[in-house]
Design a protein around this ligand. Structure first.
Ligand code: C2E
Ligand code: SIN
Ligand code: SIN
Ligand code: FE
Length: 391
C-alpha cells in the first residue's frame, strides 16, 4: 500500500491499522464489533464523527447500526437519526447510498458545495435535528471480496480540517478486512443458532415419550434462568444454563414405556430402572468439547441428588452437587408438582410452594430455595406463559 504521507505519520497510521485489525479479528459480538469498527476507522483518519450503515436483509435500505460523535451529545444524535429515519433508502440520492450502490469511495470536501451534476445530495435533516454541523464527509463502502457490498462507513469532519488522499486508500483496504470479519461473525452466529436449536430439540425429544413437550422444557429453562439470576450468575452463565438444562431428562429416552407411562406407583424393580435415567443421560452426553453439553452432562447426572444426601444416583451431599444441578432440581420438582403427570394429578400452587419451602435444606440447597422464592413472581409468570396453573 502506497501512502503519500511522511514516514513518521505513515508508521503511526500503519500501527493503528494493525492494532485495529488484530482487535476486530477476535470480536465475536456483532454490535460490539460494529462499534469498534467505526471507532477504529474514525481514529485512523481522525474523523470527529461517523455513522455505520449495513444493507438490510431485503436489500432495500441502509440501516444505521452505529453513530459516534465527539462534537455533540451522542444520545441526542442517535435518537434523531434512529427515530426520524430508521435507515435510508438504498439508492444513489444520498451520499451513503451512492457509495453502497457504486462501490466507490465518495469524498465530499464541503457539503454546501456539491456539484449539481452528481446524483447524490447531502441531507441536512440529521444535522438540523441534532445541532451537529457536517462539513466534509468521506463515505466508504464496506466491501466483501466475494459477497459484495455489505454497507457503508460514513466519516465526518476530520480534525485536520480536510480528508487527505491517503485516507481513501487506507479506508478502502480497511473496509475489506472489516467486511471479511463481519461475514465471519455472521456465519458464526448462524452456526451457533442452529447448534443451540439442535440442543433444544434433543431436549424436547427426551420429553416426547413423557407426553410433555416444548412447554415443560421452556418452563424449566426459564425458571432455571430466574433462580440463577437471583443467585448472582452472569448473563452468559444464565444463557448457558438455559440451554444446558433442556437435556436434564435425556436419559428417559432409554426407559421402557411400560415404566415411564405406568399410571400406578412404580414397584421396586421399576423404580430401579427409572432411577437409571440420570446416569444414562450423563452417559449419552459425555466426551464432548461443547461447553453446553458438558454442563448438560452434569445436570443430567445430578438433578435428582438431594442437599441432605438422600438423592440418587451418587448420594452426593450439599455442595458436592454441581450448582447447576441444584438449580435444575428445584425447577424440575416444582414443575412436576404443579402439572399433571401420568402417575399424578396437578397440585395447587400454594401446596407446591409449601412443599418446596419445607424442603429447604432437605431436598434443596438453602441458597437455591431462597433464590427461588426471591424470583417467585417471575417464575409464576413463566408458568402461566407456558402452561396452566391450578389455584
Ligand atoms: P418427574 O415426573 O419429572 O418428577 C420430577 C421430580 O419431581 C420427582 O423426582 C420428585 O422429586 C418430584 N415429584 C414429582 N411428583 C411428585 C409428588 O407427587 N410428590 C412429591 N413429593 N414429589 C414429586 P423422582 O421422584 O426422582 O422421579 C423421577 C422421575 O421418575 C419422574 O420425573 C417420573 O418421570 C418418574 N416417576 C416417579 N414416580 C413415578 C410413578 O409413580 N409413576 C411413573 N410412571 N413415573 C414415576
Ligand atoms: C433455541 O435455542 O433454539 C430454543 C430456545 C428458545 O426457545 O429460546
Ligand atoms: C402441562 O404440563 O403444561 C399440562 C398440564 C397442566 O397444565 O396442568
Ligand atoms: Fe429426571
Amino acid at each position: 500500500m502506497k501512502l503519500e504521507i511522511g514516514d513518521n505519520k505513515a508508521k503511526e497510521v500503519l500501527e493503528k491499522l494493525i492494532n485495529a485489525v488484530i482487535n476486530l479479528e477476535s470480536e465475536r459480538d456483532i454490535s460490539l464489533f460494529l462499534d469498534k469498527l467505526l471507532s477504529y476507522a474514525r481514529n485512523i483518519v481522525g474523523a470527529s464523527a461517523g455513522s455505520l450503515y449495513l444493507i438490510d436483509a431485503d436489500a432495500k435500505r441502509l440501516q444505521i447500526e452505529v453513530c459516534q460523535n465527539d462534537e455533540i451529545d451522542i444520545n441526542t444524535f442517535f435518537e434523531v437519526t434512529h427515530t426520524k429515519e430508521s435507515g435510508i433508502p438504498l439508492n444513489s440520492e444520498s451520499i451513503a447510498g451512492y457509495s453502497a450502490i457504486s462501490g466507490e469511495v465518495v469524498h465530499v470536501p464541503d457539503v454546501d458545495h456539491i456539484d449539481v451534476q452528481l446524483p447524490y445530495r447531502f441531507s441536512s435533516k440529521i444535522d438540523k435535528g441534532s445541532g451537529f454541523t457536517s462539513r466534509s464527509i468521506l463515505a466508504v463502502p464496506i466491501r466483501h471480496p466475494r459477497d459484495g457490498i455489505m454497507g457503508t462507513l460514513e466519516l465526518f469532519n476530520p480534525s485536520a480540517g480536510a480528508f487527505e488522499d491517503w485516507n481513501i486508500g487506507i479506508l478502502r483496504n480497511f473496509s475489506v478486512l472489516a467486511a471479511v470479519t463481519l461475514s465471519n461473525i455472521r456465519l458464526y452466529d448462524s452456526l451457533k443458532g442452529s447448534y443451540l436449536e439442535t440442543v433444544f430439540k434433543l431436549g424436547v425429544a427426551s420429553e416426547f415419550k413423557d407426553g410433555d413437550t416444548y412447554d415443560h422444557i421452556h418452563r424449566i429453562g426459564y425458571m432455571v434462568k430466574i433462580v440463577a439470576y437471583h443467585m448472582g450468575f452472569s448473563a452468559e452463565e444464565r444463557e448457558l444454563l438455559f440451554h444446558a438444562s433442556s437435556m436434564h431428562d435425556i436419559g428417559k429416552i432409554g426407559i421402557p414405556d411400560s415404566v415411564l407411562k405406568k399410571k400406578e406407583t412404580l414397584n421396586d424393580e421399576e423404580w430401579e430402572i427409572m432411577r437409571r435415567h440420570s446416569e444414562m443421560g450423563a452417559k449419552m452426553l459425555e466426551n464432548t468439547d461443547s461447553e453446553i453439553l458438558q454442563l448438560s452432562e452434569k445436570i443430567a447426572m445430578s438433578h435428582h441428588e438431594k442437599w441432605n444426601g438422600k438423592g440418587y444416583p451418587e448420594g452426593l451431599v450439599g455442595d458436592q452437587i454441581p450448582k447447576a444441578a441444584q438449580i435444575v432440581a428445584i425447577a424440575d420438582v416444582f414443575d412436576a408438582l404443579v402439572h399433571a403427570r401420568v402417575y399424578k394429578s396437578a397440585w395447587k400452587v400454594q401446596k407446591a410452594l409449601d412443599f418446596i419451602q419445607s424442603q429447604r435444606g432437605e431436598h434443596f440447597s438453602p441458597e437455591v430455595t431462597d433464590a427461588f422464592f426471591n424470583g417467585i413472581e417471575e417464575i409464576l409468570e413463566v408458568q402461566k406463559k407456558f402452561g396452566e396453573l391450578h389455584y
